[in-house]
Design a protein around this ligand. Structure first.
Ligand code: ZN
Length: 586
């Protein structure tokens, strides 16, 4: 027998979406053995209770069955025995997201946090795992391969076989893709990088490799050095629609829409630009959250919620640098970058939540608010991604204006002080370091922007960069607005904006609009019914609330500004232009 904990994982039923996992625990001694599954996956701050997909847990020692009992929703207990214990169980895998596990006839994908029970008390020991080919060969082809950054320990390159990890945390930080996939290879910092493309797709690999290499290089240039790794993988699932990613220490798992990959066109399509933004985002996480981490994540406590006010630092600053790397690498031009920034400003201002929740609160309550959206979310929640990116932008511009340092310097200092030395960032760590690096008194700024709901003065900040922020008209929009959004393809209200005329009239989320001033509201363009009215007009709205027809009197509001645009300022001087060039072209 081996002397370390050893796992095997086998896709035993592609039709039934089942992995079988065994764990061999060398002589656990006279104590009972406890095994548990994480309740959440690092990077996605929601308790997901992965244990709900685990079943048929059994244990034996030298051919004799051992008693297994459940301690809580995610923990199993095995009676004490003498000798090596083998535990077996099934995992149902039918979640096609970057956070879970999925298995069908086309491929398998899993995060360790969905499949590997942790042997309590031995989480710091090194271990091995055999990743086996599907047992059920009727439903699959023999050319399935394996893509993972888990260190190989006998497995051939891209093959099934044995892998190893230094500890349980490492085991669950290397997701695994198995099936047929294409590889797109490029090199950054003398380290091989690959896109692993699974799912039907057309992709101009050369273009993708070229663009991604430039973006990754821009991030390496910013942070100084690529952390030591054998290779980096973008495990990319291509679907008809979808967008998302999850970061890991040497790879990221991505989902993208089929038409967001480059297909030979000369221009940079919007969908592809968005995909490159995602690539850039996950890659920056290599430093910011995978190595520079909040102290409460050092180590991760995976049994339940883990609270920090710093998610805006890790997701917001990463969101700031994802787009910035696109322009710094030359993949997009300054005008496109300005467009991306104005979209974020418009998005944050569009929700009433930015005036009601602070960034610190949004970070802390991510578990119950940001990750559990409902009809009230736009009124009550501000995104620590979007608003966090704006505060990072404002901080960077402020440092550039008032000191000889930049946010780049602060992030490099975060690396030197915390990431590189494997020290968790205390809750006040980022703010203190920003003050230290810049020599500025920044406490009032953070009090207002992070612990308050104040918005930076972008008019002033952009002026110094030779830009101006203008309200952009929305084409074809009525001059009044109800302050509601609709469920796509229906006249059913999805949200009602706080302090809007719809709210004052009593209309509620879930109401289905039928008629405005007795004329039918059309499904495809419900807002068209508002075209005849000006602010102050009283209109009559008929709507079904559940199955009851109701009538509401609405005194129309002027349509609030919803879109902003950054434009080059007509009176930008050379100094401002030079300052902007230093910022955007490293
Ligand atoms: Zn992120």
């Amino acid at each position: 027998m081996t002397s370390n904990v050893h796992y095997t994982i086998t896709p035993v039923s592609l039709g039934g979406h089942l992995f079988e996992v065994t764990i061999t625990i060398p002589d656990p001694g006279a104590q009972e053995t406890r095994l548990s599954l994480p309740a959440w996956i690092p990077g996605s701050y929601l308790v997901r209770d992965f244990a709900k997909h685990v079943s048929r847990v059994s244990a034996e020692c030298a051919g004799k069955s051992l008693r297994v009992s459940k301690q809580d929703k995610r923990t199993w207990r095995i009676e004490p025995t003498n000798g090596d214990v083998t535990v077996s169980y099934e995992v149902y895998a039918f979640d096609l997201s970057v956070r879970g596990a999925h298995l069908d006839t086309t491929h398998g994908f899993f995060n360790g946090s969905s499949v590997y029970l942790c042997v309590e008390g031995r989480e710091d020991e090194s271990l091995t795992v055999d990743i086996n080919a599907p047992g059920d060969t009727r439903l699959t082809r023999s050319d399935w391969r394996v893509a993972t950054t888990l260190p190989r320990d006998g497995a051939s390159e891209w093959g099934f076989g044995r892998f190893r990890a230094e500890d349980y945390a490492e085991l669950i930080d290397h997701p695994v893709e198995m099936g047929e996939f294409d590889l797109v290879e490029f090199e950054v910092a003398e380290t091989p990088h690959y896109f692993v493309l699974s799912g039907q797709h057309y992709c101009e690999g050369e273009r993708l490799a070229q663009d991604a290499a430039r973006i990754c290089q821009a991030q390496v240039d910013l942070m100084g050095k690529l952390p030591e790794m054998e290779r980096y993988l973008f495990l990319t699932r291509v679907e008809g629609a979808g967008y998302g990613g999850l970061e890991h220490r040497a790879c990221s798992a991505l989902v993208c829409a089929r038409d967001s990959l480059p297909m030979g066109e000369a221009t940079l399509r919007e969908g592809y630009r968005k995909f490159l933004g995602l690539v850039s985002h996950e890659y920056f996480h290599l430093w910011n959250i995978k190595r520079i981490k909040p102290a409460v994540f050092t180590p991760y406590e995976l049994e339940g919620e883990s609270y920090t006010e710093l998610l805006w630092v890790f997701e917001g600053i990463t969101s700031y640098y994802d787009d910035l790397a696109l322009v710094r690498s030359g993949v997009i031009d300054e005008a496109s970058y300005a467009e991306l920034l104005s979209e974020i400003i418009s998005r944050v201002r569009a929700g009433a939540g930015h005036a009601h929740q602070t960034l610190a609160e949004s970070s802390f309550d991510a578990w119950i608010k940001f990750y559990k959206p409902d009809e009230n979310t736009p009124n009550a929640v501000v995104s620590y991604y979007a608003k966090g990116a704006l505060i990072a932008l404002a901080l960077d511009l402020k440092l550039r204006e008032l000191s000889d340092k930049t946010l780049d310097d602060v992030m490099r200092a975060m690396w030197e002080q915390y990431g590189k030395r494997d020290i968790g960032v205390p809750e006040d760590g980022f703010e203190e370091l920003a003050e230290q690096v810049s020599g500025m008194h920044l406490r009032p700024f953070f009090d207002a922007m992070v612990r308050g709901t104040k918005e930076p003065d972008f008019d002033l900040l952009f002026e110094r960069m030779g830009w101006e922020l203008l309200e952009a008209p929305v084409a074809n929009a009525p001059i009044t607005s109800l302050g509601v959004t609709f469920e796509p393809g229906t006249t059913r209200l999805k949200t009602v904006r706080r302090d809007s005329c719809a709210e004052y009239s009593g209309l509620a989320a879930g109401d289905t609009l039928v008629a405005i001033n007795t004329l039918q509201v059309k499904v495809d363009e419900p807002w068209k019914a508002l075209l005849p009215f000006t602010a102050g007009d009283t209109i009559s709205v008929h709507a079904f609330r559940r199955d009851e027809l109701k009538r509401f009197e609405v005194i129309m509001d002027k349509r609030p500004a919803t879109q902003w645009k950054i434009a080059s300022s007509a009176d930008a001087n050379d100094k401002a232009n030079a300052r902007r060039a230093r910022w955007l072209q490293r």
